[in-house]
Design a protein around this ligand. Structure first.
Ligand SMILES: C[S@@+](CC[C@H](N)C(=O)[O-])C[C@H]1O[C@@H](n2cnc3c(N)ncnc32)[C@H](O)[C@@H]1O
Length: 174
C-alpha cells in the first residue's frame, strides 16, 4: 500500500516536472557527443571568453568543450536540482577549473558578458528564448548556437550545419 502510494506520488511529481521544463525551455534530452564535436569544430574559439549552456542538463556540453578549451570559461545553467547535482559532481570529478555549474532559471539570467550562448530548446520555445530573450541582451558579436531548431524570424547572420540530414544546429551572430 505504502509502496503504491509512493509510486503514484513519485509519478505525479515526475510528470509535473517534465511538463514544467517543457513549458519553460525543454525536457532533459542530451546533445549527442558526435554533435558536440561538430559544434566545437564550427565555432571560431577565442581565448578568455565566456560560454553559457542555457538548460545544461548533466553538464555534458560544458564539460566536453571545457576539456578542449582550457582558456575559455564555461557556465552551465540548469533549473533541475537533480541534474544540477549530477553536473556539479561530474565537474568535481573532472578536476576542470574552467567550468561553473549554476542552479537557476536560465530565462532570468543576465547574459551581458556572454560570448557564446548554447541552447537546446524545443521548436515551440526556441523563438521566444533566443529571439525575444537572449538576443536583445547579449553584446554585438556574441554567437548563439541553437541545437536542432532554428529561429523562424532572424535578421542577422545565420549559418545552418546539417551533416546527416537530421540533427541540425544553427549559429547566429549578433
Ligand atoms: C534538451 S535538455 C538539454 C541539456 C543539455 N543542454 C544538453 O544539450 O545535453 C534541456 C534542459 O533544460 C533544462 N531547463 C528547462 N527549462 C529551464 C530553465 N528555464 N532554466 C534552466 N534550465 C532549464 C531542463 O531541465 C533540461 O535539462
Amino acid at each position: 500500500m505504502a509502496l503504491a502510494l509512493f509510486t503514484i506520488v513519485g509519478a505525479f511529481i515526475f510528470a509535473g516536472w517534465v511538463i514544467y521544463t517543457v513549458l519553460f525551455l525543454a525536457p532533459w534530452f542530451p546533445t549527442r557527443k558526435h554533435d558536440i564535436d561538430r559544434i566545437d569544430a564550427a565555432l571560431a574559439w577565442r581565448p578568455d571568453t565566456l560560454f553559457y549552456d542555457l538548460g545544461s542538463g548533466d553538464g555534458r556540453v560544458c564539460l566536453w568543450l571545457a576539456r578542449r578549451h582550457p582558456d575559455v570559461t564555461f557556465v552551465g545553467v540548469e533549473m533541475s536540482f537533480v541534474l544540477h547535482a549530477i553536473a556539479v559532481l561530474r565537474c568535481k570529478i573532472s578536476g576542470l577549473t574552467n567550468v561553473r555549474c549554476m542552479r537557476a532559471d536560465a530565462l532570468r539570467l543576465s547574459l551581458l558578458d556572454a560570448d557564446y550562448v548554447y541552447v537546446f530548446g524545443t521548436h515551440r520555445t526556441i523563438d521566444t528564448i533566443i529571439r525575444d530573450k537572449v538576443v536583445p541582451q547579449v553584446k554585438l558579436g556574441t554567437h548563439i548556437i541553437s541545437y536542432n531548431f532554428g529561429v523562424t524570424q532572424w535578421s542577422g547572420d545565420e549559418v545552418c550545419y546539417d551533416d546527416d540530414g537530421f540533427t541540425r544546429f544553427y549559429i547566429y551572430t549578433k
